[in-house]
Write a protein that binds this ligand. Sequence first.
Ligand code: ADP
Length: 381
Amino acid sequence: MERERLLVAEQNARERAEESFALLDTFLNHAPVGLAFINRELRYLRINDALASLHGRKRDQELGRTVREMNPNMASTFEPLMLQVMKTGIPLSDMEMSGHVPATPDELRHWRVSYYPVRTPSGGIVGLGAVVVEVTAEHRARQERERLLKEAQEAIRVRDDFLSIAAHELKTPLTPLKLHLQMMKQQSAAGHTPKPHHVDKALAQVTRLSVLIHDLLDATRIEAGRLELRREPVELQALANEVLAETRPLGHQHTLEYEAPPEPLMVKGDRGRLAQVLTNLLENAFKYSPNGGVVRLTLERDGAQARISVKDAGIGIPEDQREHLFQRFFRARNAPISGFGGLGLGLYICRDIIERHGGHISVDTEVGQGSTFRVTLPLET
Ligand code: ADP
């Protein structure tokens, strides 16, 4: 009788335990986070599909297996932490972990992981509960926000630098311009004809202002995709002659050399814009060879391309700065600040013009030796 009563009691207890496990499993499996109970040997006693799926398996395939067997790559990260929780009984909550799991070996993923000690009613630690919350999407969103913030801060810095450079560049010609105009005013007040020297100097400053303003407008047009090109047949030698007639060395000890083949080099393009590129390259060659030397403009035919090069014996460009040369507002570290400043727009505009003609612009340069800017343009056939 007593034996029967005990058997029934045991049967009831087993049913109740199975019921609680079934309840627990249902609860575990419907939780939106990874959950597991792990024993002292670091084997999974309970695990839900959310966590097992990180290992590329179903929960039944992981029961009784060790943490290391199921996730060999990351085991050395979390095994010591699990052992620590079981030794000290102190939970570890919300630890940031990153790594590669068997389900997605090529993807770096991120989790917030907590381990809690599991105790018997008498207080002994029999294992731990693990809670694993996937935070990869949040992590990426945070990185993206940080990247955008950095970009925005950089853009603001570039704009602020640019505004102060632009204000300085636009102001610089005003002082000599005012001075020469005052001299001219005094001379005419005294009944004299203003001296040509003052007229020329004043005009040179007006030209400088107008180049700066045109560069600013061009850069704005390029950014808005509104720089328009007219297409007409252009003979490069004739164009070079026109530009050379207009270009004066900057008063330093420069010699200007020019070489071109006898047969015409015809391209289809915007005459004014191509002249602007040539002028810019020649002016830079003078500007950035303050000790003078030879500036050489060469036109050549290279197969189906026309090649224009402008070579100087100037300051050159440091290696780490070269890749930025054709970017907006860029001025190399070794560009002199005084005397002949600039907005760092000329080469940016040149590149846009040349590339929109189907051509290419590049530079070959050595600090202290000089630079050669090369432009290629497709020839008209
Ligand atoms: P800017 O001359 O107005 O500064 P550019 O866009 O024409 O602007 O040139 C950008 C930068 O490239 C210059 O500030 C200078 O540092 C460098 N650079 C251009 N041409 C030369 C050259 N011939 N020799 C050395 N550095 C040059």
